[in-house]
Design a protein around this ligand. Structure first.
Ligand code: PMP
Length: 423
């Protein structure tokens, strides 16, 4: 930025207000003023195709969600100590998508709170304390879930009661991802044994987004979950990223693996931007937690959240967004694999529905190339596409557009990527 530049002033103002905890995307951050559908509009008038999307999942400013929130907040919004019909209506609609055994849902305001609670419930239900996560996982920002989020650690190490295992990738386990992942869970359980710690849960994002997006082969999670249960622990499916139809093949990421989790946590797309999240549990697990401590959440699942959540479920169903995620996701996957076939620096393309990871690597060595990834992200931005990176090396592009993405927008993304990788 140049001195006197209004953008530099806006960044300085933000840093003065938010301090060291300010997180900004891009070295030259963008000031956004509006968004609609798959598009975001910057102060300078530039329109960006949003491929970073994981919150306004049914489309930015979706009129149904806007209307539902505005109507409800104009009628009744309150703390959560009263009976309000729309809240139960929402929970019943949400539960119609969940396994029947998980018939209690605790509403929270963030995915972090949902995971924090799930870990506490798992510990109360099992009497264990050990938590297994994957190497580059992110599960949130409370003290407890920061301990289970290796990707948030800038220095230091995980506490004794948390063990991180490699993500379920071919890079780690070759052709036997299911067997290799199971063996790594068993090794972690054995290590807990040596430390005198009983396991409480395997906590996994069922599409492993922060680890670099590992979706296939569907079913690979099952043996790992069985191993954890055999040791007396539970499986917490963190659906904050893959939930609410994103994978196309199923409403939840875990469903692709043919497992019924003991606890499910969810958030981000749940209210299309209205802050809401939750944890689904079996009544007996929740009851074992609630005998020792109470749980109350002032805002979690208030009437406005319920209205937003109901509108999101309606839109997913009425606009066929799960099917669109499947079809448009297939188009993106095929297009990206096509590019990979002629571009050696695109090492691997994998994913499910509208959640795809693209590994970028050095041409000569095949090693993950984080610098190239940053250059591609910047070049995509210059062409009007917003996209981020994930994975241990920061060399996996996270292709995650809104579920309403149409074919023309998917093709626009593919041409921008083709140009960016060749620039
Ligand atoms: N779990 C996963 C998999 C996430 O990606 C995130 C947020 N990036 C969280 C939990 C935490 O959610 P929140 O930011 O709403 O607290």
């Amino acid at each position: 930025f140049k001195p006197g530049d209004t953008k530099a002033e806006a960044v300085e103002r933000r840093l003065a207000n938010l301090g060291a905890a300010s997180v900004l995307f891009y070295r030259q951050p963008i000031e956004m003023v509006a968004a609609q559908g798959a598009w975001m509009i910057a102060r300078d008038g530039t329109r960006y195709l949003d491929f970073y999307n994981n919150v306004p999942s049914v489309g930015h400013s979706h009129p149904r969600v806007v209307e539902a929130v505005a109507t409800q907040i104009g009628k009744l919004n309150t703390n959560t100590r009263y009976i309000v019909a729309i809240v139960d209506e929402y929970l019943e609609a949400l539960k119609s998508h969940l396994p029947a055994a998980l018939s209690n849902v605790v509403m929270t305001c963030s995915g972090s709170e949902a995971n924090d609670l799930a870990i506490r419930v798992a510990r109360a239900a099992t009497g264990g304390t050990g938590i297994i996560v994957t190497e580059t996982a992110y599960h949130g920002n409370t003290a407890l879930v920061t301990e289970t989020s290796p990707s948030a650690l800038k220095r230091g190490s995980l506490p004794d009661h948390v063990i991180a295992v490699p993500p379920p990738s071919a890079g780690h386990f070759g052709n036997d991802i299911a067997g290799g992942f199971r063996a790594s869970i068993e090794a972690a359980i054995a290590e807990f044994g040596r430390r005198g710690i009983r396991p409480a849960a395997l906590l996994a994002d069922s599409i492993f987004s922060s680890d670099g997006i590992f979706a296939d082969p569907a079913g690979f999670l099952r043996p790992a979950v069985e191993a954890m249960r055999a040791a007396g622990g539970l499986f917490i499916a963190d659906e904050v990223q893959p939930g609410f139809a994103r994978t196309g093949e199923a409403f939840w990421g875990f469903a692709r693996h043919g497992v019924t989790p003991d606890l499910v946590t969810m958030g981000k797309p749940m209210g299309n931007g209205f802050p809401m999240a939750g944890m689904a549990a079996k009544p007996e697990h929740l009851a074992s937690f609630c005998t020792d401590v109470g749980y109350f959440n002032t805002f979690g699942g208030n009437p406005v959240a319920a209205a937003a959540g109901l509108a999101v479920l309606d839109v997913i169903r009425e606009q066929g967004l799960q099917q669109n995620a499947l079809e448009t996701g297939r188009l993106l996957l095929d297009g990206l694999r096509d590019i990979a076939a002629s571009e050696p620096r695109v090492a691997e393309v994998r994913g499910a529905g509208l959640f795809i990871g693209v590994d970028l690597a050095e041409e000569e060595t095949g090693r993950p190339d984080a610098d190239l990834t940053v250059r591609v992200i910047d070049a995509m931005r210059d062409q009007g596409v917003l996209i981020g990176a994930a994975g241990r090396y920061g060399a996996t592009l996270k292709v995650r557009p809104p579920l309403c993405l149409n074919q023309a927008e998917a093709e626009q993304f593919l041409s921008a990527f083709r140009a960016a990788i060749r620039s």
